[in-house]
Design a protein around this ligand. Sequence first.
Ligand SMILES: Cc1cc2nc3c(=O)[nH]c(=O)nc-3n(C[C@H](O)[C@H](O)[C@H](O)COP(=O)(O)O)c2cc1C
Length: 308
Amino acid sequence: MRRTTRAQSVRFTSSIVRLRQDRLARSVTRNMALYPRPGGSTPPVSSSPAPTPVGRAGQFLKAEAQGGLRRRDLRENDPLGQFHDWFAAAAAATSHPETCTLSTASLPSGRVSARVVYLKELDPAGGFVVYSNFGTSRKARDLFGSGDDGSVPNPWVALTFWWEPLERQVRVEGRAKRMSAEESQAYFDTRVRGSRIGAWASRQSTVLRPLSGGEQGPESAEQGDAGQDDGRAQLERWVREAEERFAGVERIPCPEYWGGLRIVPERVEFWQGRQNRLHDRFVYDRVRDGGSEDADAGAKWTLERLSP
Ligand SMILES: Cc1cc2nc3c(=O)[nH]c(=O)nc-3n(C[C@H](O)[C@H](O)[C@H](O)COP(=O)(O)O)c2cc1C
């Protein structure tokens, strides 16, 4: 196998960067915010014919006319209700406002990982609900620990939403718990059949390797590039196996390793972009009085303004 030396890999990287910068220079827009390093050896993206405010991010101006976000605009003691209001506004202004980043951390290493997911429900009892694979995924390892790599359970997660047309961000921090098999099945039943089969077929985030020569047969023929199997054939084989297993079955059971994750918030921040980076930020923090860690509609919350 060919080994890449450190010098080679640095050169390789900088040629990619240059290629990207050439492309960027061609498509540079008024709002581009890449910072051209003074004296940088590669041409800065600002070398496009028309001078543009490259290196300066756009101003957040949408909320200026309404005087920004004030404490009186927010619900007292009700971050979930407040999230509901903002989500409804985001839904009217953008497609897929449910898109968010779910961050988890592995313990004891502290190594963080983040991925985009869809928020699927706001639980009336006070939880943010997402659905995923909790068998093999990285989030599963971070949340529930794995004997294999010595990681231990860490239920703390963060969810981050960015609604650009409204110049609003919401940050949620809390503890995650798996939902019951019944709750997961109820949502699973609403998914299109292909997605239900897919949940059975995919060992999420595990490495897919090419099938060994003799086994490739039909898979590589289906790919139309015989001999070029890069691991996709294995996934397609698992899909076929799942289809065979559930042939004629209308109500496919939800796999034990798949389902809902309820995130019970401890802290929810509402962020409204303002001019000159003087954003408005308000954070709700749950008041703990030694009671249960579960979501409950009767929780008490403080509300404070944060410096931008
Ligand atoms: C727009 C978008 C939405 C996604 N929604 C989900 C989701 O709801 N659940 C999920 O498990 N993965 C979702 N994914 C895939 C994840 O980003 C990620 O690849 C997967 O969950 C494996 O991550 P992990 O191994 O770090 O846990 C989505 C990806 C994108 C780009």
